[in-house]
Design a binder for this molecule. Sequence first.
Ligand code: SD4
Length: 338
Amino acid sequence: MNISRRKFLDQTAVGLVGSAAFHVTSFAQAPSEAGGGQKPLIVSTWPFGKPANDVALKVLLRGGSILDAVEQGIWVVESDPDNRSVGLGGGPNAAGVVQLDACIMFGPGHRAGSVAALEGIRHPISAARRVMEKTTHVMLVGEGARMFALQEGLEAIAVDSRERYELWQRQKIGQRTNPPEKKKDNHDTIALLALGADGNLAGGCSTSGLGGKLPGRVGDSPILGSGLYVDNEVGAAGATGVGENVMRYCGSFLVVEYMRQGLHPQSACEATIQRIAKQDPKGLDLSINFVALDKQGRFGAAGTDKNFRFAATTSSSSGVLQPMLVDHLDAGAGAGRR
Ligand code: SD4
């Protein structure tokens, strides 16, 4: 990992673990020379990923399974009533209803579960996990997903849609009157990737999706290969941003495939963005961001959003990092560091 590309943002974490602990060389390490990083390793999107990572790590350190780590880590973000982009606190669709998307993937056996446009369930990630573990299917949507979650005994919460809708409308109007740099994006997803001490991988993704989306709109987050992909032989990747710009390219799958070809997770994220941007009529104006880790415990992140941040956690360090901003098209895209 190129030190100049990264900036440690979470001073609290530095204070907690010691100022050198999160130093890039001891964490993301110089990729191929070091041959590998620390295990367990947890990487997730956005600063709200850090508390999720910390919980996931605790689960692993006390001997819990990697799926429990992913699920319970994501619970932290889904449960936060102040989070306006994940869980039932999230932004409503154009009809004023909060519809949630989530998926989970487990490396061993290449198993997966997913739910989309799910209403009124506190933990969509748990619904996704139940789909994986309790059904022969991979994805359930809408009312069917909700009925399944209720049958599984998952907690249901009635959401006051009108209140949410009014709040969202007020925010939207506020954004219009704010200068562009003060605009708050109306989308954020938790994508959390975990590498266990045993070398197995898992990941999960959960979001309320784009605020104001059409009712029934499904983003990239619950679509395997788009918002999340895990390959136990190679690594895992997750996405956040405008789902439509990720799902048309199977973004997370592409990141993992670049890692399979030998790219470091950092280069794989960058190469994916470059490849999408070269093909897409919008160029780099895509709002797409990726995190990735590989089987060796190396990780990276890149995005087209200036405000994108990600969180990385090992047993010795946990913090929020600044990813590589991809702001120009690279002639040699795809020829990244191995
Ligand atoms: C979606 N990708 O529904 C999600 C939203 C998101 O950062 O991640 N925003 O399109």
